[in-house]
Design a protein around this ligand. Structure first.
Ligand code: ADP
Ligand code: MG
Length: 703
């Protein structure tokens, strides 16, 4: 990222409005008016060959006629004129182009969009947009957009892929009292995209927290990289979680890999805090822009009402920061600030008798106590207390405690007086919310942020004993047959090349051959159909397990071939695979998709109905460390089954973590070849006894 160019684009010292219009209501007029109205101190140069002067500013026929230097040009002209103007801007030495104009890739004109980016890059310029609302910055008093006014000042900055939403959010900042420094509309992201804006906002001294409204990343890996490196909290609201990926899915993993789960994984790996909805984006932006991270898990709640205390307690559990009883010394001290019927356990209930002195004393003591990692103060409006005085005493208590590195969030439940007091708190840097669960959710975001940042460096593991050449040969052979699907036995050979433990298997084409292999492996035996046209072998009656003798082999051979031919008369049948039968164990699934946004991504879950019905699976974008693999195993809902329930011994989870890492290595190593794959099931044994892949499937990328 060229910082000077990006500065020119996002905090220009001077701007040209190309397409400035004399007609009120036109975007080219509105943008000019907004620049003037926002008290922008830099030079403003309207460009319009047909006008002398607009809104009191001298007009120029083209940017090349402007005598002064120009940092950025805002383009509001029709799409067809954009390429010529880009060249003029380049000649003029302009750094960045904010292209408001629409009519590019969003209406299918990818080539035109591509063309203007190429032109801009020839001159070292960057393009924001096209199809944007513009850029708004409070600290620069710069409204270079057609949104009517600057947002309520604050220190969060928002990057939005939707222009209309950005305008809505702009206005809503005043109603919600959540301030922003910058609002950046990135539209079609032809050039400047999420990763650039994250990188730039991370070094922007007026931004303390970065909020993203995302419809889809263009290059997910670059965003992950940028977010990992960022030193400021990033919050992501992902919209459109249903429209993605799942459509053309040949493997199980493919059909389970909706956008929601993969984005969730990517956010976590990138250290991006998720916002659940627009409300949550505001709430979390507020807290993350104002408060430090919550570095441990000890949350203390101080309240004057049992009801909000219980609601807070429920929320704490729901949002992942469950309450623990406060240590004895805290309890002993806090008892001084409550009547005998109060409770100092946690939540600390000062009771309805709580006045400013009690709030002051308890808050000041609690926030400074080393056990406390985060403090939530709840208040219900009462007849005896003044909400504003309570707010002031909380603020004073925090200040007098001298503590600056621990977070505090507040919730008021009450009427207009409470509303006013909360606004006062916000202005004083303390996030306050109208319900206890919101204050707790905000605190949970600070806790998540601390944890998530720890995990961003959990990167890949190196794997020994890899025979990539062997894998590529198998793939090449299938491609030579004109196939995109590998058979089970081919897939297993590829897995073997990456040291994944698969059941011994051999392809046979006659009954005699099958008998020979079975006797070599020893009984019991499993036999299955081998056909690139039959992906789900059981559905075709193509799997026979637990075969005990030679007669069984002969019988199964006939049965499998007959069933397959009935199932699909056109199926190309390679033969029947004879394989060792894995002893009974717990079935899990490991799979992969080559996601179009994030690339190679690994899935893990329990097998059988857990995956079929409950879709109890989790994802990680590869590569990732064994620590992350272990986390995958523990975060699925079915985790207790692997940990051992009701006296059963735990499964070999370490073996699962190992194979997940090998799998991740494999799909990265073969990312040019493999589109989707799965090992379904993998049979896992008791701790120390390993596991076996009994079924394998690889779908190749179309070439
Ligand atoms: P498909 O998924 O194509 O229907 P599988 O190869 O997964 O076929 O076989 C179906 C089921 O049979 C598996 O889920 C597993 O429970 C069992 N199975 C398959 N192969 C073996 C094996 N080698 N050892 C033990 N059980 C097996
Ligand atoms: Mg299977």
């Amino acid at each position: 990222m060229n910082i000077e160019v990006m500065n020119g684009l996002l905090t220009p010292k001077s701007v040209a409005v190309v397409g400035a219009s004399t007609k009120p209501g036109k975007i080219g007029h509105t943008v000019l008016m907004n620049l003037i109205d926002s008290n922008y101190a830099g030079g403003i140069f309207p460009i319009n060959p047909k006008a002398e002067e607009i809104l009191g500013l001298k007009c120029y026929p083209s940017v090349l006629d402007v005598p002064d230097q120009i940092d950025s040009a805002i383009l509001t002209i029709p799409a067809k004129f954009v390429p010529d103007v880009v060249v003029q801007c380049g000649e003029k030495g302009i750094k960045g182009l904010n292209i408001i104009t629409s009519g590019f890739s969003e209406v299918g004109k990818q080539e035109l969009e591509h063309h203007i980016v190429e032109l801009a890059h020839q001159y070292g310029m960057r393009i924001l947009g096209p199809n944007i609302v513009g850029v708004l910055s409070n600290s620069d008093k710069f409204n270079g957009s057609f949104a009517p006014f600057l947002p309520l000042p604050g220190s969060g900055s928002l990057v939005s892929q939707s222009g209309a939403l950005l305008i809505g959010i702009d206005a809503a900042t005043y109603l919600r009292k959540v301030g922003f420094d910058k609002l950046i509309s990135i539209g079609n992201m032809s050039d400047v995209n999420f990763s650039d804006t994250i990188e730039w906002l991370d070094q922007d001294e007026n931004t303390t927290c970065i909020s993203l409204y995302i419809e889809g990343f263009k290059d997910g890996r670059k965003v992950i990289e940028a977010a990992r490196k960022a030193k400021k909290p990033i919050i992501g609201l992902k919209a459109g979680v249903s429209a993605h990926g799942a459509a053309a899915a040949a493997s199980h993993t493919g059909s389970l890999a909706g956008a929601a789960k993969i984005y969730k994984a990517a956010f976590r790996q990138a250290g991006i805090i998720e916002a659940e909805n627009l409300d949550n984006l505001f709430d979390r932006t507020l807290v993350l822009s104002l408060q430090p991270p919550m570095k441990g898990d000890n949350l203390l709640i101080i309240t004057n009402g049992g009801g909000v205390g219980v609601l807070g307690t429920d929320a704490a559990e729901k949002f992942g920061v469950p309450l623990k009883y406060a240590p004895e010394d805290i309890q002993a001290e806090l008892k001084k600030y409550m009547p005998p019927f109060g409770s100092a356990k946690n939540p600390v209930d000062l009771t309805g008798m709580a006045d400013t002195d009690w709030y002051y004393g308890s808050v000041k003591y609690a926030i400074a106590h080393p056990w406390v990692d985060g403090l939530v103060v709840l208040y219900c409006e009462t007849a005896m207390t003044d909400p504003q005085e309570i707010a002031q005493c909380i603020k004073r208590a925090i200040k007098d405690s001298g503590v600056k590195d621990k977070p505090v969030t507040i919730s008021y439940v009450g009427g207009e007086k409470s509303e006013k007091a909360m606004h006062w708190l916000l202005k004083n840097g303390i996030p306050a919310y109208g319900a206890p669960d919101l204050a707790i959710n905000a605190m949970a975001a600070l806790n998540e942020y601390a944890k998530i940042k720890e995990a961003v460096n959990d990167l890949g593991e190196d794997i020994d004993n890899v025979d990539k050449q062997k894998a590529l040969e198998i793939i090449k052979k299938a491609r030579a047959d004109g196939r995109n699907a590998l058979t089970e036995i081919e897939s297993k050979r590829v897995f073997e090349a990456y040291s994944l433990p698969v059941t011994r298997s051999e392809l046979t084409t006659t009954k005699d051959e099958a008998v020979e292999v079975a006797e070599k492996f020893g009984f019991p035996i499993v036999m299955k159909i081998v056909s690139p046209d039959i992906l789900h072998k059981s559905d075709a009656g193509g799997v026979v397990i637990d075969i005990q003798n030679v007669d069984g082999i002969r019988k199964a051979f006939n049965e499998i071939i007959t069933n397959a031919k009935t199932y699909n008369t056109k199926a190309n049948i390679h033969g029947v695979v004879v394989q060792e039968m894995a002893p009974w164990g717990t079935e899990v699934i490991i799979g992969s998709v080559n996601d179009r946004t994030f690339g190679p991504t690994v899935m893990f879950g329990l097998g059988g109905i857990f995956v079929e019905v409950l879709k109890d699976v989790t994802f990680r974008v590869a590569p990732f460390s064994k620590k992350q693999a272990r986390q995958m195993i523990s975060e699925i809902r079915g985790a207790p089954i692997l940990a051992g329930v009701r006296g059963e011994k735990p499964c070999d989870r370490e073996a699962i973590a190992n194979i997940i890492c090998k799998y991740a290595f494999m799909i990265i190593d073969l990312q040019d070849e493999i589109s989707e794959s799965d090992a379904n099931p993998v049979v896992v044994y008791e701790e120390g006894n390993g596991l076996k892949v009994v079924d394998a499937r690889i779908i190749l990328k179309k070439k």
